[in-house]
Every structure is written in C-alpha cells, then in structure tokens.
Design a protein around this ligand. Sequence first.
Ligand code: PBG
Length: 336
Amino acid sequence: MSDMSRKIDEVTGHRRMRRYRASAWMRNMVRETRLTPSDLIWTMFLIEGENKREPIDSMPGVERLTVDLAVEAAKEAVKLGIPAIATFPNIDYAKRDKTGTEILNPDNLINQATRAIKAEVPEIGIITDVALDPFTSDGHDGIFENGEIVNDKTVEVLAQAAVLQAKAGSDIIAPSEMMDGRIGVIRQALDDAGFQSVAIMSYAAKFVSAFYGPFREAIGTSDFLKGDKNSYFLNPANPNEAMRDVALDVEEGADMVMVKPGLPYLDMCLRVKEEFGLPTFAYQVSGEYAMIKAASQNGWIDGERAMMESLMAFKRAGCDGILTYFAPEAAKLLNA
Ligand code: PBG
C-alpha cells in the first residue's frame, strides 16, 4: 500500500465513496430517486376549431391543440403511463372581456375539452386551471377594477367556474391566481354542488416570475398584458411568506399543493413537502422548458439529458410529481 493510499484511508476513515459508483449495477442498486411516467402531468394548450395544431414559437415542440386532437393526446398519455393532463385554453380575443365572463360559460373551451376527453378517455385524470387570465381582456388573473385586482369578487367567480368545471367532468380543480380565501370558498362550492370527490390542487406557492413568458404567448395574453402580477403572486424573495400562504391553503382544504416555477424554487419544494406532507407537485414552467430547448437546439447542451436531470431534481426535492411540457417526450424515453 502506498503512502498516499494509507493517508487517504486515514483522512476518510476508510470510507471511500467511490465504492458506490464503481459499476452500473452498483449505481443502480444504491439509486435513491426514481422517475417514472406516473410522476409526469402533461400540461396542454387548447385552441378552438377542429383538427388543428399550432406551434408556439417560444416553446419548440409544444403545440396548441383543438379539442379533437387533445382527445388523441389524452389517449397517447394513457399509453405512455402519464396519469393526468392539465389543460390551458387560448380563446379568441373577441370572447375576452373585462371580467372574464367566458369562464362562466358551461361550454367554454376548457369544459368542452374536459367533456370530450372524459367521454373518450375515461382512464385519464383531468386537471383544470381556475383563473381568469385566459378570459380577461387585460390578461390578469382576477377582476381588474379602479387600478387593482379585486379579491373577493374574483373568488366569487372562481367558485362558480370551479363548479362548472366539475360538472364537465374535471377530476382536480387547480386554482392558479393566488387570491386570498379561494381554496376554502371553492371547496364549499364544490361540496354544496355534490362534488365531494373532486379534489383541489392548489397553486399554493406561486411566485412572480419571468419564466412565465412563453406561457403567455401560448395562451395569447402576451400581446396585451399590462403591468405585473406583483399584487397577487408571491415575491421571489419571500420563502417564509410562501410557507404561510401554503399553510392557509392546506387549512382551507387543499388536497395537494404545488410550487411554481420549478427549478428556481426547489428549496420551496423541499420545505413544503417536509412541513405539510401533502402530495406536493412542482410546475416546471414554460420558460424553464424554453431554456432547455433553446440551449439544446443551439447544440450547447444535451437536451435529453438536461430534461431528465431537471425532472429528477424535483423528485429528489420531495415532489410527488411534476407538471411539465416535457411529459410526453420524457415518458417516451422512460418507457424505451
Ligand atoms: C396564471 C398562470 C400562469 C401560468 C399558468 N397559469 C402564470 C401567468 O401567466 O402569470 C404559467 C405557466 C407556465 O409558464 O408554464 N393563471
């Protein structure tokens, strides 16, 4: 044994960590975190019409789909082992107005898609977003009046919208607008309407973020959205305030909670999972997807590996699943 070997055994106390990494079978045997297709929730954009798909410039590989094609995508999701899809509508501008009334149309694009998917693909879970931004003419998540987003009036509308989504067949209502009190009020409205079995996934720790940019192109609000969402989303500098906001959602009856965006907020994933122990999800948002795709298209990183590494990070941070635009691509790789 060389002097150096003796010295290293001494400083490490004979614990040589590389023993865990020496062969593929050993690495596999001591693996702590696993990613499977059942961890992935497929986030999907909807458009009106039939048999149409529209690419989104800032999200290479993601398309807006008409309802009939969303049904086909849902069939593919089942084949891939993806448990649920989350839908986001891009409706004609003419249907958007100051108070987002289209959200209360029982036959709006979200509800149409839910009905169609439920009818043809009953084995997939459907998660529907509750927020006004796809429906308002200013792109804000709540009702904008006299220079502010009005909380209580907005919550009233959200609760009605949630019941309509449940009637259409949604399995999980996902309020994404960060109004105060909305989880409790929505829970009551669902229960009063007989939808005790419909779950609520709260966008519980949702931060103001530059990473939402491509999503706003995807749902068509980037052209006219004015101002910022600082008066209702969380300040990225405030993790303790975020924990208190999550605690309220849990008290009000959220069945599961979400942290959003994803990678820049992994600290929150870990804290939320440890503190509340609820099923905890991360939303790997549009800008996170766009960054990986753009760097990959430039040949600057290995896109597939970056995708899988980023998804694994959420599992490592305690998440039970990830809402991600990568869902079909990653599931295909995992099934290969
Ligand atoms: C708002 C909402 C946002 C996203 C989904 N729902 C944020 C926003 O536009 O302010 C972003 C998702 C993404 O970037 O992928 N209700």
